[in-house]
Design a protein around this ligand. Structure first.
Ligand SMILES: [Zn+2]
Length: 106
């Protein structure tokens, strides 16, 4: 099984929140275990089409590219090219770096 960590659930409610944190979206297919990474900016397409931005509902609009299954999981991914947009993101990057360092010590 694959779980979203409690930290991610608490921090990100919408796919827009994930993009704001400077992260991309990772798609994970339950049917064939195929994974794909989408640019975090995908939320703007959702907004244009009137699709919901909440992670739980947005995932219904994705489809696995390999097996066409709609049973996919959406999780935040580390951005491939981290692009800081402002002080908020720099703070977020610092926060994540500290957090993962703290986890390793446990
Ligand atoms: Zn699949």
């Amino acid at each position: 099984m694959f779980f979203m960590c409690s930290h991610c659930v608490a921090r990100y409610r919408t796919i827009k929140d994930i993009d704001r944190a400077g992260l991309d979206l990772r798609l994970w297919c339950y049917a064939c275990q195929h994974t794909a990474v989408l640019d975090g900016i995908i939320w703007s397409t959702f907004e244009d089409r009137g699709f919901p931005l909440e992670i739980d509902q947005a995932r219904a609009h994705f489809r696995c590219r390999r097996c066409r299954s709609k049973d996919v999981l959406l999780i935040p991914a580390r951005a491939t090219g981290f692009r800081p947009k402002g002080p908020e993101n720099i703070a977020a990057a610092w926060f994540f770096a500290r957090r993962s360092a703290a986890k390793k010590r446990r």
